[in-house]
Design a protein around this ligand. Structure first.
Ligand code: IVH
Length: 691
């Protein structure tokens, strides 16, 4: 399945100190689950669309997509353009009004090698004969926008959305200085959709992140996210403060088009004052195209915006018409994607970190280096064998890249630069957190800290994980608060959290009456979570959210799971012998039995009340859509509750929707429901129907 991140249970970013840590911890698990969900969704897409042999019911598929959407909403840094959510209709357009593009915004097919590019050229020639000329452009890594000009006046701008319907971000786009409100010159088409990419310059990106960190806000993972985050602001004044750039690379629907070639069209756009990248070139042969790709692969840092490839387009517009498009991409263009970028830097030190399960993972502290638009200061090294295999040493110059363009990784040392006195790195003998002698069992790759209950690092990691959105989902209980609670001995395990009094919380550093109440309320609310959340939070070996769901679906009570025989646990669909044994042993440990008893004493729910699918009731067989925030429960819990009552919860409103539940600040789904005459109910009515 998907990569777990080089630091295993701790993401590479999580190896960074203090604040950054608090925002990214839990990321490794989330990332793994996100990858897993994407794999599953892609698999089912293939089975459904290509093989025409769906393997799961639609409702189950929808659940996977909804879980992914929820995770991506909580971890925006994990959203990638190729995520299945990026093409699912009716997605997070809640903040902005939907606008239908006059012509769809397609995506591009990729070529990852010279051979693939040549194969594309062959396909083009097969359709239109030889002698095509091309236009080469940089593939700007930002956010695609569509800008509508009517008789030379900018009237509307939208994000790509699902390609058919985007989000109306006109006021925000008006703050982009590069975008003319009125075109200069003459001969403007009556209506013209200009397509382009909004981006944040790399130099400004770094400054923006510094500012965000200084204000205690979450920094952006890369310039693309920063551009998207800046453009998709409720308040255009915020967008205005983040000087966004824009390169226009083509047009969509045009009424009264005069040009015959793409290059002429770009020249016209530039003449009218629209920003067109100065790096656009026409190429008469494929060799010229290849030379352009080679040049920019090497010079990708010479422009002040992120680029992830070159877009090659057939120049003649009539040839383009002949070539046409597939359902998602034109045949007349291809994106030549650069291989992952590699940089060199120096390993300042190799350190180890003890995670919540006691696993000790090494990571390299690097001289910060910008790789693919992201500053990397740390890189995971998995385990002792990995360090030995790569032979990475302190003070080595190393090559770094981002695996899958996301997770920082060390490719290997640059040996000619190694200093004479260098020695192989040795794994520390003691836990960096509690000083306990580390153990490495025969046949295992990891060193572990055996001090399960007394090791501060394990304690804080566990508490942070327990409170994270992958487990009990306790907002306001972040990393720093966890450290404060443990340091003051106010808690010694996650169950203690539920016994904290509001007055005690008020004494925490930085806490005032309101923040203490918020945390207290959040803790109380988190007593009534679905069982899978508790299981996922308990630190049972190999039991993350996915496995926890399988377990609680099969045995909806913690006592039932605790009493189950090894054979019974192995019999749970989707659970292998290793996981079953881990869980079996976990429940046999006296300390864990005490912990479960303590959780029960605190009033934490340990049973799921859903005795199978109901056969009757107002929600059985109904398709419902949730929009806006509900006061009494989270979106996830509302979904689970409705599903428990036999409803199918869908992400978008259609004629098949039975009713829409509108909470606070409902979005475009409410408008859509009204448009289609679908019944809309409020939270109170929804709760009534839930019974
Ligand atoms: S042409 C129908 N040209 O890449 C073809 N796209 O992966 C439309 N992009 O969504 C795209 N630079 O946002 C084109 N010079 C360029 C581009 C470019 C960046 C983005 C665009 C599109 C994505 C496709």
């Amino acid at each position: 399945m998907g990569p777990k991140g080089p630091l295993g249970e701790m993401s590479a970013e999580a190896a960074q100190p203090a604040r950054a840590e608090a925002t990214t911890r839990g990321g490794a698990e989330a990332r793994a689950r996100v990858e897993e969900l994407r794999e599953q969704i892609r698999h089912h897409d293939y089975a459904y669309y290509v093989l025409d042999q769906p393997e799961i019911p639609d409702a189950e598929y929808d659940e996977l997509v909804q879980e992914l959407q929820a995770l991506e909403a909580r971890h925006p840094e994990l959203v990638t353009p190729d995520s299945p959510t990026q093409r699912v209709a009716g997605k997070p357009t809640e903040l902005f009004a939907p606008v239908r593009h006059l012509s769809p915004m397609l995506s591009l097919d990729n070529a990852f090698s010279k051979e693939e590019l040549l194969a594309w050229k062959k396909r083009v020639e097969r359709a239109i004969g030889s002698g095509a000329t091309y236009v080469c452009e940089l593939k700007v890594d930002g956010l695609a926008v569509s800008l509508v000009y009517e008789r030379g006046v900018f009237v509307r701008g939208a994000t790509r959305g699902d390609g058919e319907v985007g989000e109306d971000v006109t006021p925000n786009l008006r703050t982009v200085r590069w975008l003319p409100a009125r075109l200069s010159g003459s001969g403007h088409p009556r209506v013209m959709e200009v397509r382009g990419e909004v981006f944040l310059r790399v130099s400004l990106f770094e400054r923006l992140n510094e500012e965000l960190i200084a204000r205690g806000q979450r920094p952006f993972a890369n310039p693309r996210n920063a551009a998207a985050g800046s453009l998709r602001q409720k308040d255009p004044a915020v967008t205005a403060k983040r000087p966004l750039g824009l390169w226009c690379y083509g047009t969509g629907h045009v009424e009264g088009r005069r040009e015959d070639r793409h290059s002429e069209e770009l020249a016209a756009l530039a003449r009218w004052g629209l920003p067109v990248s100065p790096e656009v070139r026409t190429a008469r042969t494929i060799d010229e195209v290849l030379a352009y790709c080679r040049t920019w692969q090497e010079r990708r840092h010479e422009v002040d915006h992120a680029i992830d490839g070159v877009v090659v387009k057939v120049d003649s517009l009539s040839h383009r018409e002949e070539l046409g498009a597939t359902s998602h991409a034109p045949r007349w263009a291809v994106a030549f994607k650069f291989p992952p970028e590699e940089r060199t830097t120096v390993v300042k030190a190799i350190e180890v970190h003890t995670g919540r399960t006691g696993r000790v993972t090494p990571y390299a502290v690097l001289e910060p280096v910008l790789v693919g638009g992201v500053t990397i200061g740390y890189a995971g090294l998995h385990n002792e064998d990995e360090v030995r295999r790569k032979d990475v040493r302190e003070r080595d110059t190393v090559i770094v890249r981002r695996a899958g363009e996301v997770i920082p990784e060390i490719v290997g040392p640059v040996l000619p630069k190694r200093s004479a006195g260098s020695r192989p790195w040795r794994f520390p003998e003691q836990c960096p957190s509690c000083g306990t002698k580390l153990e490495r069992r025969a046949g295992e790759a990891d060193w572990r800290c055996p001090n399960r209950r007394g090791c501060p690092s394990q304690g804080i990691e566990w508490l942070f994980h327990f409170a994270s959105s992958d487990a009990m989902d306790i907002p306001h209980l972040g990393y720093a608060t966890g450290v404060a609670l443990l340091e003051r001995a106010m808690v010694s395990d996650p169950a203690d959290v539920y016994f904290l009094k509001e007055e005690e919380l008020r004494r925490l550093p930085g806490f005032a009456e309101k923040s203490a109440r918020n945390l207290f309320d959040a803790i109380q609310a988190a007593k009534d979570r679905p069982l899978w959340r508790l299981l996922a939070g308990l630190n049972i070996p190999h039991v993350g959210p996915h496995v926890a769901r399988l377990m609680s679906n099969a045995m909806p009570s913690i006592d039932q799971l605790g009493a189950a025989s090894l054979g019974e646990l192995e019999g749970i669909e989707g659970i292998g012998p290793e996981i079953a044994r881990g869980a079996y042993e976990w429940f046999r440990h006296p300390g864990h039995r005490t912990l479960v008893a303590k959780l029960k004493r605190a009033g934490v729910r340990t049973v799921d009340e859903r005795p199978g699918r109901p056969e009757r009731g107002p929600l059985v067989g109904k398709t419902i859509v949730l929009t806006g925030a509900l006061g009494s429960m989270s979106r996830d819990d509302a979904t689970a509750a409705a599903q428990g009552k036999g409803a199918r919860v869908s992400g978008s409103v259609s004629r098949k929707t039975d009713f829409v539940v509108a909470g606070k600040d409902p979005g475009s789904k409410l408008d859509r429901a009204r448009e289609l005459g679908v019944e809309v109910v409020d939270e109170k009515e929804f709760l009534r129907r839930l019974g």
